[in-house]
Design a protein around this ligand. Structure first.
Ligand SMILES: [Fe+2]
Ligand SMILES: [Fe+2]
Length: 291
């Protein structure tokens, strides 16, 4: 469905979408500049004390498995690398922008949503590593894309709470995937919202396109591999009982995405089996983002 400019404008008026905070947007601008040094990156992150603390906690967590304690941001950048730090900062920053309301909601369970996002990020990363020899997908970018793939839902939950909940209810009643219900009730979907949200963020396309096209892989103008990867990982989450709330119907799998990635069934099985352990290691993301 072609979403009209009118709907986009209407949504933007209601939502007054936030821009990406300064540190993250500055980091995106300098990260691919060959003249940028690790101390430039460390200095920039150091401007934000709360972000620095979060990055250090993550750098020292089991997720990265670094054998020594990292006590300052300079060392974190050197040991983990600028690209890893960049995707880390981006992930933390984006989720931090949408703290969510404290009301418990049966229709949109934040914990389940988080678990779904994190699982999708981890599956993306694992598959990216498996297909590395055939397809050059950066595992860190894949993690970030998977982690943020449904960010449009968080925006809808925050800015169009009532209508979004109507759409969620409708998807349950009609037993249709949430994205179809969103289009029916709102006239647009969480993937449109993700596109509008990140319009001026200058994200790398490898991260931006999966947010917009993970349900419509064939429509992506670019970055087909990582978009397809995100689509498959999302579907695998539902398969593994890690959808964003157990009762929601899985969006249909677009088979050509699997064929394009040339991933073997046994690799998928292996990834599914290792998922609980990976989730355990990454659970610190929950703690940090949920404060
Ligand atoms: Fe989605
Ligand atoms: Fe999803």
């Amino acid at each position: 469905m072609q979403v009209t400019e009118h709907l986009k404008d209407k949504f933007k008026q209601v939502a007054n979408l936030p821009t990406l905070p300064k540190v993250a947007s500055h980091l995106i601008r300098i990260i691919n500049d060959p003249l940028t040094s690790s101390s430039d990156v460390a200095f920039l992150i150091g401007q934000d004390l709360s972000l620095t603390a979060k990055v250090l906690r993550l750098a020292n967590s089991a997720y990265y498995g670094v054998p020594r304690t990292i006590t300052n941001i300079n060392t974190a950048v050197v040991i983990l690398g600028m690209k890893v730090i960049n995707t880390l900062v981006l992930s933390l920053t984006v989720f931090d922008m949408f703290p969510g309301n404290k009301k418990n909601s049966q229709l949109f369970d934040r914990q389940a949503f988080w678990l779904h996002s994190l699982s999708c990020g981890l599956i993306c990363k694992s598959i990216a590593k498996k297909v590395k020899r055939i397809l050059p997908i950066d595992p860190e970018e894949a993690f970030c894309a998977g982690l943020l793939h449904d960010i449009g839902k968080v925006v809808l939950e925050q800015y169009m709470h009532e209508d979004f909940h109507k759409a969620l209810q409708y998807s349950l009643e009609m037993k249709i995937p949430t994205i179809e219900a969103e289009k029916k009730i709102l006239g647009f979907s969480h993937t449109d919202v993700a596109e509008w949200l990140t319009d001026n963020w200058d994200l790398p396309l490898e991260i931006q396109h999966p947010l917009t096209f993970h349900h419509t892989v064939a429509n992506t103008p670019d970055c087909h591999d990582i978009v397809g990867l995100c689509h498959i990982s999302d579907w695998l989450c539902y398969e593994a009982g890690l959808g964003p709330g157990k009762q929601y119907m899985a969006p249909p799998l677009q088979k050509h995405a699997i064929e394009n990635l040339k991933i073997r069934d046994e690799d998928l099985e292996e990834i599914k089996l290792s998922l609980p352990e990976e989730i355990e290691k990454t659970s610190i993301f929950f703690e940090i983002v949920n404060g």
